[in-house]
Design a protein around this ligand. Structure first.
Ligand code: AMP
Length: 422
């Protein structure tokens, strides 16, 4: 029969990589707690409407990347392609706002998008992110940006760039969209269908196009930050001033608009020079318009999402290892049937004492067991043969220091616990 393969654009995370993932997850949880963010977990799938309404129909995600299917009751469901809309859905549905007006939430989650797989672009990938809901203040935008940077810096990542922009409020944006649409229509005489569609439906999206032929036109385009109404301009100014005061370097990028419709005011992205074409580590911004799409109230909010695969790629490229390879404390080697019968009870005793322990489960030769002990990376080999059994001791080999000692049964766990500290 034909061998089955994983779905294109998905990855198996094998045991040798898991320690890095776990260390990254621990780091994220610790840093989130430092900023007083609390974890929220939402289902892996949602009603399709959560995303169609929450993200916007003219975005790439909704128009072509979602894994959408009908269940047996003919409901349209979608594997979540992003977390902001589900978190807001959960926030409203569970009336979290009734408890306290401001909520700091974070998540770690697998996401699904039917993209063209390439380095740093997967169909199932993992994000962590933060959603700071309830405050319209620029201080909340700054808190969110500082959190994103703090996590990266704590990992030891270097050579990152923070870019920021403002996409304003609807009062600033609507007249600007009309202006931009006119400009683009006049200056791109024969647009490709995708570009024509964007000019018509979501002209801001043209600004973040990577198409070489459009760069000149994009650079010369009217800038939204030059058309911000007073309060939107004040918000943006405050964010920049606070970042500078906090000693954070950033570059203003008027072409940074991000793909999603719900953004307002501040948008930002952090890129790493350790990555290739897909160089964004995280993206985020303020999204004061999302809550109304999903419920009937307004909740101002700001957040970011970071790609975990990309972070691990950047760490590897910069030679940063978050965790040592995993190894047990002990590998037990037995010689002869009588000793082998003692293997299971001894393993149990060691583990009860808090020592991680493994042994041979194939009845292999002593030589093969030694090889396995080496391969496992265990700190100690415990050897139990006929002599040892008769005189009730173990030959304990310290694999780190290449020393060997005989240790009576009764003293074994205490001896190992003490030695493990060296
Ligand atoms: P987005 O939700 O598109 O704003 O993406 C936020 C972050 O998630 C990006 O900066 C990437 O680090 C990561 N990311 C987005 N899409 C993918 C993907 N298809 N594969 C891997 N990482 C991704």
């Amino acid at each position: 029969m034909k061998q089955l393969k994983r779905i294109k654009g998905t990855q198996d995370i094998l045991p040798e990589k898991s320690p890095q993932w776990q260390a990254l997850e621990r780091h994220i949880r610790r840093e989130m707690a430092l900023f007083n963010f609390r974890e929220i977990r939402t289902p892996v799938f949602e009603m399709t409407e959560v995303f169609a309404r929450g993200i916007g129909q003219f975005t790439d995600i909704v128009s072509k990347e979602m894994y959408t299917f009908q269940d047996r009751s003919r409901k349209s469901l979608t594997l979540k392609p992003e977390m902001t809309a589900p978190v807001m859905r959960a926030f409203i549905e569970n009336t979290l706002y009734a408890r306290t007006p401001v909520h700091k939430l974070y998540y770690l989650a697998p996401l699904f998008r039917q993209e063209n797989p390439q380095a740093g672009r997967l169909r199932q990938f993992h994000q962590y992110g933060a959603e700071f809901i309830g405050s319209p203040a620029p201080e909340a935008d700054v808190e969110t940006i500082l959190l994103a940077l703090h996590i990266f810096e704590g990992l030891g990542l270097k050579n990152m760039e923070l870019r920021i922009n403002s996409v304003g409020d609807p009062e600033s944006r609507e007249p600007y969209k009309a202006l931009l649409r006119d400009y683009l229509s006049q200056n791109i005489p024969d647009p490709e269908p995708v570009v024509a569609e964007r000019i018509a439906n979501n002209p801001l999206r043209v600004l973040d196009s990577k198409d070489e032929n459009l760069q000149e036109v994009i650079q010369q385009a009217p800038k939204l930050i030059d058309h911000l109404k007073e309060s939107a301009a004040a918000h943006y100014h405050s964010v920049k001033a606070q970042l500078s005061k906090a000693g954070v370097g950033f570059r203003e990028d008027p072409t940074l608009v991000r793909g999603l419709d719900y953004y307002t005011h501040t948008v930002f992205e952090v890129t790493s020079d350790a990555l290739g074409a897909q160089n964004a580590l995280c993206g985020g911004g303020r999204y004061d318009l999302l809550a109304r799409e999903l419920g009937d109230k307004d909740f101002p909010a700001v957040g970011f999402a970071a790609g975990m695969e990309r972070i691990l790629m950047a760490l590897e490229a910069q030679g940063i290892q978050l965790a040592e390879p995993e190894a047990p404390d002990i590998f037990m080697i037995t010689m002869g049937q009588a000793a082998r019968e003692e293997m299971t009870p001894w393993l149990a005793r060691l583990r009860r004492a808090g020592l991680s322990a493994d042994a041979d489960f194939l009845g292999r030769s002593v030589k093969a067991q030694f090889r396995e002990a080496n391969r496992s990376g265990a700190r100690f080999s415990l050897i139990l043969g006929e002599d040892e059994l008769e005189q009730k001791f173990f030959s304990v080999k310290d694999m780190k220091n290449s020393t060997q000692e005989n240790v009576p049964f009764g003293e074994l766990t205490g001896y190992l616990l003490q030695k493990r500290k060296d």
